[in-house]
Design a protein around this ligand. Structure first.
Ligand SMILES: [Fe+2]
Length: 177
């Protein structure tokens, strides 16, 4: 079976959603490269996002701004620790300097729950062989991705990369088909 890595989504009111984020949502404090947004107040400030979610039978469970830096790009591929698989990401700034690569899950030997020195839990992948890249994208449009396929962001620019990431109560596989 094919491994689903990502799909570009065609979102008709996408530019309006991004404008609402740029104009109405403030984010300052990042913890481990994530700034989690309050769902209720975020939805109140982004009517276009509300409309898209309702039109597409999606219920938001998390919204966050992700910052990537040269330093955060160091390290092995990972899978996200969330229970659900799919994430919808939008570019905010400097995403053109980076790409996200996916690696063949068939090469996974085992996955170990580990804790970083700062206490953050993450899933460490032990590969049977050197991880083989199977796909990659540049986040220059809305991308629905499978966070349970081993992946890694490569960002080599001094300017930090900012992206919006949405997670859902139920994975919207109907948007993949
Ligand atoms: Fe990830």
């Amino acid at each position: 079976m094919d491994t689903f890595c990502y799909k570009e989504l065609s979102i008709s009111n996408y530019q309006t959603i991004v404008s609402e984020f740029e104009n109405n949502i403030s984010y300052t404090s990042f913890e481990n490269n994530f700034a989690y947004l309050d769902i209720k107040s975020t939805l109140e400030k982004t009517p276009s996002l509300n409309k898209w979610l309702a039109d597409n039978r999606c219920v938001l469970s998390k919204a966050a701004i992700i910052v990537s830096t040269i330093r955060s790009s160091i390290g092995a591929p990972h899978i996200d620790s969330q229970v659900n698989s799919l994430a919808l990401n939008f570019p905010l700034s400097n995403c053109e300097y980076s790409y996200t690569a996916f690696y063949d899950p068939a090469d996974i030997d085992r996955i170990i729950d580990e804790e970083k020195p700062n206490g953050v839990l993450y899933k460490k992948i032990i590969f049977k062989t050197a991880p083989r890249e199977i796909s990659r994208y540049v986040l220059d449009r809305p991308i629905l991705l499978n966070t349970h396929v081993p992946h890694k962001i490569f960002h080599g620019h001094e300017k930090s990369r900012y992206a919006i990431s949405f997670r859902f109560v139920d994975d919207p596989w109907h948007l993949v088909a």
